[in-house]
Design a protein. Structure first.
Length: 203
C-alpha cells in the first residue's frame, strides 16, 4: 500500500476481463485492490496521508480549523502551512441557499466537503425546535453498493433532503458517494468503473 499498483483479473491466461487501480477515497483512506482466490478484492487501509493512490507519511507542518472540523453549524475557516512556510487559507461558504462548502484539515491538506442543508451566513441552519436525523441506506461510504442518504425532520416526519449515489460521467469513470455528516448529507468522489451508482470491477 506504500506503492501504487494495478490489479488485473483474467478469465484465462490471455483473456483479461478487468483492471483495478489503487486509489485514495479521501486524504486518510486508501482502497487497495488485491487478488484473492481468483477474484479481485478491495482492502481498506488507514493512512497518515493518502496521495495518488499511495499511503505516505509526508504532511504539512500546521493545519488549523477555526471550527474544529466538519462542524456545519459554525462558519469557520482553515489555514494550512506547508514545509516551505507557505500558507493557504479557505473559508466555509454557501454555494447556494441549499448547499454549503465546508473546509477542514486532513492529513497534510485542506479537505473540501459539500453539505446539503439550508445555508445562511456560511453555515447550516435549522428552524427552532427542529430535530434532523440523517440515514444512509448503504451504511456509509460503501462504494460497491448504491445508496441513498436521507435527512428527516423527526418533529413532523418530513424528508428535508435526499441524495442518491450516482456515476459522474456517461462513460462511468467515477462515483459520487453521499454519506451522513452528523445531521446533514455530505459527498465525496471516487475514481472507479461506475455502473448504476456504484463502483463495479467486472464488465
Amino acid at each position: 500500500f506504500d506503492e501504487r499498483g494495478w490489479t488485473r483479473l483474467y478469465r484465462d491466461s490471455n483473456n483479461e476481463i478487468s483492471i483495478a487501480l489503487d486509489f485514495c477515497f479521501n486524504d486518510t483512506i486508501l482502497y487497495e485492490y488485491v487478488c484473492d482466490r481468483g477474484a479481485v478484492r478491495q482492502v481498506i487501509h488507514g493512512c497518515y496521508l493518502c496521495q495518488d493512490g499511495v499511503c505516505t507519511d509526508t504532511g504539512a507542518i500546521l493545519c488549523n480549523d477555526s471550527d474544529g472540523g466538519i462542524i456545519t453549524d459554525i462558519a469557520g475557516g482553515v489555514v494550512l502551512e506547508n514545509a516551505d512556510g507557505n500558507r493557504t487559507a479557505r473559508k466555509d461558504f454557501c454555494v447556494s441557499p441549499t448547499e454549503l462548502t465546508e473546509f477542514s484539515c486532513g492529513r497534510g491538506e485542506i479537505v473540501e466537503t459539500t453539505v446539503c442543508c439550508t445555508c445562511k451566513n456560511n453555515r447550516c441552519v435549522t428552524s427552532s425546535g427542529t430535530t434532523l436525523v440523517c440515514n444512509d441506506s448503504d451504511g456509509g461510504a460503501d462504494l460497491d453498493v448504491q445508496g441513498t442518504a436521507t435527512v428527516t425532520d423527526t418533529s413532523n416526519g418530513v424528508i428535508v433532503a435526499e441524495s442518491t449515489d450516482f456515476c459522474v460521467e456517461e462513460k462511468g469513470n467515477g462515483l459520487v458517494e453521499f454519506v451522513c455528516s452528523g445531521s446533514y448529507i455530505s459527498s465525496t468522489s471516487a475514481p472507479c468503473r461506475c455502473v448504476n451508482g456504484r463502483c463495479d470491477l467486472l464488465p
